[in-house]
Design a protein around this ligand. Structure first.
Ligand SMILES: [Zn+2]
Length: 431
């Protein structure tokens, strides 16, 4: 893009006058950012570092790593046999220029082939320019937009200033595997806590945060590096939400073993209204144990609450049920060992549903105005539940265990039919 604003023109000019990356940086990258590879092919090892070829002593050998017998490099072994393969890795040079903090991102490629020493190519693909106020603008090469990867650089394009919102682009978040030693930083970054390490955070993200965000500064100064990584990852909101507890962590120099478990645990502490200023709660010796204990306690509490709710619900339903169906209470139809009675308590609906595995309680049959529910029992054991329509004076359902008929089904039906007049008479009496 063509530079338009004064800042864009200034940065484009500064970038043009910035000295080229020195060859010694490339030499350092070749040594430090790549894995060393070997190939196992037709039971021979090929070192892709020094082109040495040798036969393993054990012919069945298939290790992931092996040491080259010539150059002694520890080689990662590929068993498939490409003619050629390459590895791509990023590093960064951190320096100051024209009053700006500059992060220069270098994309290096290592080209490897059997029987050859590796060759390398290096390209400076991005420059992040950060003002002392923490504003960042990026110059970058173009990418092939049709490629699958976001970083298919067009390596012969030039570095161009990118729009302000480039910081939302995936390329902006590319985190160089290593930073070239002896990074030079703006004095204000040192004042805000930067020593030497970027703690595995992309330098452009760490530095802009240190210049603009006091939470990042506080976490770095307190040496809470994993919290800082977490915060600058995708979890700013979580840390902000738990800031009171995080302050307790900082004050006590506590190291969190697993941040997501800890956040879960803090949520539980809040649920139980514990003091988040107290290290006793916020900084447990065994995080997992403390977390699991509260999870159990919460589960138990909820179970009790559910039971209590159920009890209240039954009590309320009982009053209504009694006033609706009281006139049928006491009805009993008997034949031999079989007895059929009107269910009088809502609690007994629950028992009936549990015993026979059906939904007479769950679906609140006790609140159906038109229905009368009876239970058929043999020797005190429920065998079937019967629903009668009071308006039509007929049997709507008569079901046993898991809604299937029992062996007493026919007798139950005939006994009810014989006695429907008793139910009818109780309706009439009321009128
Ligand atoms: Zn070798």
């Amino acid at each position: 893009m063509i530079p338009k604003t004064n800042l864009e023109k200034q940065l484009t000019a500064l970038s043009a006058s910035l000295p080229k990356i020195k060859p010694k940086v490339h030499v350092w990258a070749e040594k430090n950012i790549f894995l060393k590879w070997g190939v196992l092919s037709r039971s021979k090892f090929y070192c892709l570092e020094c082109a040495h070829v040798w036969k393993p002593t054990d012919p069945n050998t298939c290790s992931k790593f092996t040491a080259c017998t010539a150059c002694k490099a520890k080689l990662k072994i590929q068993s498939y046999n490409h003619v050629y393969f390459k590895e791509l890795e990023y590093s960064a040079v951190v320096q100051t220029y024209g009053g700006f903090q500059v992060i220069r991102i270098i994309c290096s490629q290592k080209h490897m082939k059997k029987n050859c020493a590796p060759t390398y190519s290096h390209s400076e693909v991005m420059q992040h320019w950060i003002s002392p106020e923490g504003e960042v603008r990026t110059l970058s090469m173009s990418v092939n937009v049709f490629a699958h990867a976001c970083d298919a650089w067009k390596l012969y394009s030039s570095l161009e200033i990118r729009p302000k919102d480039f910081s939302h682009n995936a390329k902006y978040r590319i985190n160089p595997y290593k930073v070239y030693p002896n990074a030079k930083v703006l004095p204000i970054l040192k004042r805000n806590g930067f020593k030497a390490s970027v703690h595995s955070i992309a330098p452009q993200i760490l530095f802009t945060a240190l210049l603009k965000d006091s939470i990042a500064e506080t976490l770095l100064k307190a040496k809470q590096f994993s919290l800082l990584q977490y915060y600058l990852g995708a979890s700013r909101q979580n840390i902000k939400r738990n800031w009171q507890a995080v302050k307790t962590v900082i004050k006590n120099g506590y190291l969190i073993s697993d941040i997501t478990i800890w956040e879960d645990y803090i949520e539980l502490l809040q649920y139980f209204e514990k003091d988040l200023n107290s290290a006793l709660y916020v900084c447990p010796t065994s995080l997992n144990e403390a977390h699991d204990l509260l999870v159990c306690r919460k589960r138990e509490l909820r179970r009790k609450k559910k039971l209590q709710d159920l009890r209240l619900e039954i009590e309320k339903a009982q009053d209504r049920y009694t006033s609706d169906k009281k006139r049928f209470f006491g009805l009993v139809f008997r034949q031999n060992e079989l007895s059929i009675t009107v269910i009088e308590n809502v609690r007994d609906f629950m028992q009936e549903g549990d015993d026979l595995g059906h939904c007479v309680f769950t679906n609140e049959y006790y609140s159906r105005k038109d229905s009368l529910i009876l239970s058929a029992k043999v020797d005190g054991q429920s065998v079937e539940t019967i629903e009668i329509s009071l308006n039509h004076m007929e049997i709507l359902q008569c079901r046993g265990l898991k809604n299937k008929p029992s062996k007493h089904h026919k007798i139950i039906l005939s006994l009810i039919k014989k006695n429907l007049y008793q139910i009818r008479s109780r309706i009439k009496n009321k009128k």
